[in-house]
Design a protein around this ligand. Sequence first.
Ligand SMILES: [Zn+2]
Length: 481
Amino acid sequence: MHDTLLIRGAAAVVTMDAQARVLRGADILVRDGVITHVGEVPAGAAARVIDARNRVVLPGMVNAHTHSPLAFAKGCYDLANHRAALWMFQAFTGNATRDEIRCAALLNCIEMLTTGTTACIDHFPEQGFGMEQVDAVVDAYRESGMRAVVALRVFDEPYTDIYPPAGAFPPDLDARLRAAGVLEPRPTDELLALVDAAVQRHHDPAGMIQIAPAPSNPMRCSDALLVGCQALAGRRDTPVHCHLLETRVQAEIAHKRFGRSQISHLDQLGVLSDRLSAAHVIWLDDDDIPLLAQRGVVPVHNPESNVRGGSGVAPVARMLRGGVTVAIGADGSPSGGNQAMQHSLRLATIIARPQDRDVSRWVTTADALGMATRGGAAAMRQSHRIGAIAPGMQADMALYDIASPWWTPLNDPVHQFIYSETGASLREVFIAGRQVVAEGRITAFDADAVLAEAQARFAALLERNAGLLELSRRLAEASLG
Ligand SMILES: [Zn+2]
């Protein structure tokens, strides 16, 4: 018996297919989780029928850079630059139990699913980890019904970019930092072996969960680790993910270290490829953009966290016009505010406009939606399966109710989705044809229980990390400037 689903007569289907067609009054037929027809489908063709006359249908979005452990830490501070924030994150996420990891990941999933995102790259965790932590987050994604790349964050060198401008903390603080073992680099071989074991245990590029080696940031990694991650990815067919050139100081350190740009150094190592997606990518040299395009690297734009922490504005329009495929992500909730991609898409479209009077160089609404669909699919190395509503693609779709103020009257669905819709009109979500949201509520798991649990879980975690919290606040203060 085949499982069939018909989305009937949608007010609009924003396909994001090769012609970027927007179809009015179209049907979508799904068989065993895969889209088979888009357009007109004969009545009675499916077991399940959704009346979509009041719906705009979009491909499920891909949040191509988030940190699930930070879902607990939204709203924990206002004024903090990148350095200060990273120290505080250690206390917000350190020593998490299996239940806390699950709860934070599902909390992040609730935000994504109820606003139309069906897949994510989770740069996980903020801390050292073992297989127990990997199992906990993978289990959470399985429970959520979402597609995910669990990108395992590794580093074998110090986080020099978040130390004070002078390069070192006062001696008393330095001693406490050492004793706490926060952000302590681990041996290269140990990290590669751990990631490889996790890949063998959970990586399934034809299914819902992938595992990827994910250098925290190349500047916190030895060349051996970077090359090792790329080799592992080639051997096991995984993506690679990292942070890259988020702050000016990172670009400066790279120039000092290598006498060339970070991008050019990575190219010399042979680690720039279409397996690599990289978050932020703000502080580029002029020659870097053609190199990114040539090698097929996918930068992930994080507009909200980039400006909130004062890091900068990424040259997204120049990258897009230079032939680079760009994805987009919300980043962790303390930096990105929330996981509703609508905020990031709106900001991505408008953020750089005041700096350029030439309208032809502005990021368009279609560019932004492309980043959240086709761009994200490329970052996950799933372009052949997700990112568009077209025959042969997985049925990952979000349905929005046009009987809501943001869609009324229905003018241009793409402009309206980017500029007006907030996530609040989302009603149904399907992932591989499986319904995970109905009438705006999650059906895949008990979201109310997760929400009820989260408050107490974060309080317990902070209590366990009280000493670390006090230390990280002092480290954050000392790193400002
Ligand atoms: Zn990040």
